[in-house]
Design a protein around this ligand. Structure first.
Ligand SMILES: NC(=O)c1ccc[n+]([C@@H]2O[C@H](COP(=O)([O-])OP(=O)(O)OC[C@H]3O[C@@H](n4cnc5c(N)ncnc54)[C@H](OP(=O)(O)O)[C@@H]3O)[C@@H](O)[C@H]2O)c1
Length: 496
């Protein structure tokens, strides 16, 4: 039987790729996928900044040491030689790259994937804009110098256009000329920039959203001068299938909240349980990006793609995800170290949330921290609770509104992909099993980030059974004493 050739891999044959954000969640997966599935690629240049005293080449080594590269290490260890570091920082003038590298890149690069961004919601606006918007501007300038450039893939976010009922796969108007706004950056301080942003978008949710909208507007300005594809991921979840089922780059994001809930630290989350969960596995997001790049180049496909799937193909609510996560932690993969029985709940009632947060998050945290200090350890839980509260606030942006995305650009690629391509670059929800995905995600995080040993799962399942009764007993006692206190207070007030 003839196996159809992988035409997506074909576009990388003898071509050089520049990737930014390679140390991040999506960047790591992107370089892994190109090196593993497109072995004829000529070179991947990764633009990395110096950080925490580590030079860029040293950082690339530590990126490659990540378990997400284990499959590639096994299948094709020579592939790593096709990666070269370019020291640079997108927030610096002209990306902070040397003249030598600028010349090299301008002569060599065929494709650019611009993933670098600050993804923090709470960065000062000026920092976000300098990295996400001005950084994108410098990347576009570099792209214009690349003599062989065939494609510039800009990684935006599907949540940038937060005011839309349905986020369509089109370019959205920015209310001012983004280039003029960029020019004013040098003499605009944080306060002035915040005023400008608030004038443009009075209901702006956070600095990240503004900077990503701004970046997209700059990219849109060049859409007729450069071959550009804008990809918009939704919330990126742990890897579903490959190279490492369940892998995530860090505990930042929804998985961090699952871990906190699974360890009994997070008891209540402020979110709307009925809204659709707009989360998509990271590997499928990367596949979508690569498929879209190929489609644009080879089939003259559309140049804006929301990296998601249509609701008629797949839709789950946040409650579905949380209930499945709870079931897995309790019945299949409990954590080795837990503070309490995992029994978190969700509410959209702010008052109820705050009461629960102070009673069952902060108060126990203060109590445990005092114990830790008395035992000679550093306090930890109060700080952790504050981090959880912040993550919850960030999460609210995704969970309170019913987000709707047009998702045709990727869906329309499926019929034109052959059997091989559909297998190597999965872009749909066919055969997706949420329980398996979440189980793999928890196990991967336990192993990689928490360094927990899977062999204790059996013992912990037994411990959990006992813990369930302790939890219920404590709740009963709490309610009993609360009732008693209220009754006594009532009697005192009424002078009974
Ligand atoms: N993750 C999501 O849920 C999600 C959803 C929608 C869209 N996106 C978009 O997808 C892209 C990748 O996201 P991600 O989740 O992979 O983010 P991430 O894990 O936070 O990684 C961000 C990457 O950008 C790099 N970076 C930040 N500032 C830089 C600078 N000044 N110069 C050079 N590199 C810099 C970081 O490098 P350092 O290691 O040096 O900090 C890191 O490699 C971003 O554009 C993001 O907006 C992500």
């Amino acid at each position: 039987m003839n196996i159809p050739e992988d035409r997506i891999s074909g576009i990388y044959k003898d071509k050089s790729v520049l990737v930014t954000g390679a140390s991040g969640f999506l960047g790591k997966l992107l370089i892994e996928k190109i090196l593993r599935c497109c072995p004829e690629v000529k070179m991947i240049y990764v633009l990395i900044r110096k950080k925490k005293g580590m030079a860029a080449p040293e950082r690339l080594k530590s990126i490659f040491a990540n378990p997400v590269f284990d499959m590639l290490r096994k299948e094709n260890p020579e592939a790593f030689r096709k990666c070269a570091t370019v020291t640079g920082d997108v927030s610096e003038v002209d990306l902070g790259i040397s003249t030598y590298y600028r010349k090299l890149l301008s002569e060599e690069v065929d494709y650019i994937f611009h993933c670098a961004a600050t993804t923090r919601f709470d960065d000062p606006l000026k920092v976000s804009v300098q990295i996400n918007a001005r950084g994108t501007h410098y990347m576009l300038q570099l792209a214009k110098q690349c003599q062989k450039l065939k494609l510039f893939v800009h990684v935006s976010t599907a949540f940038a256009h937060y005011r839309e009922e349905i986020v369509e796969e089109k370019i959205y108007e920015f209310p001012t000329n983004p280039l003029n706004l960029l020019d004013s950056l040098d003499w605009t301080d944080e306060e002035a920039l915040q005023r400008i942003a608030a004038d443009l978008f009075p209901d702006l949710p956070n600095s990240y959203t503004f900077s990503k909208m701004f970046a997209e507007a700059l990219v849109a300005k060049e859409i007729n001068n450069l071959p550009i594809v804008i990809t918009r991921p939704v919330v990126v979840g742990n890897v579903c299938y490959e190279p490492y089922p369940g892998w995530a780059n860090s505990l930042v994001g929804p998985i961090g909240l699952f871990v906190a809930a699974g360890k009994g630290i997070l008891r209540i989350c402020y979110m709307n349980k009925d809204t659709s969960c707009r989360m998509f596995p990271a590997d499928i997001t990367i596949n979508g990006m690569m498929v879209k790049a190929w489609d644009f180049l080879e089939n003259k496909g559309h140049n804006v793609a929301n990296l998601y799937i249509r609701d008629e193909e797949f839709r789950v609510t946040w409650e579905d995800v949380i209930e499945t996560g709870k079931k897995i932690v309790r019945e299949k993969a409990p954590f080795n170290v837990m503070l309490w029985y995992p029994d978190g709940s969700i509410t959209a009632n702010k008052f109820y949330y705050l009461i629960n947060f102070y009673l069952f998050h902060l108060l126990p945290a203060i109590f445990v921290d005092i114990l830790l200090v008395l035992m000679g350890y550093k306090p930890a839980l109060f700080k952790a609770q504050r981090t959880i509260q912040k993550a919850g606030e960030m999460f609210k942006f995704y969970t309170f509104k019913e987000w709707n995305f047009q998702a045709d650009a990727i869906a329309n690629c499926k019929p034109i992909m052959n059997e091989t391509e559909r297998k190597v670059y999965r872009i749909d929800s066919e055969g997706y099993d949420m329980e398996t995905h979440l189980l793999n995600s928890l196990r991967a995080v336990k192993k990689i980030q928490l360094k927990e040993n899977e062999k204790y799962e059996g013992t912990m399942l037994k411990v959990l059974k006992g813990w369930y009764y302790v939890d219920r007993l404590c709740k009963l006692l709490f309610l009993y004493f609360l009732g008693l206190y209220c009754y006594k207070l009532f009697c005192y007030i009424m002078k009974v």
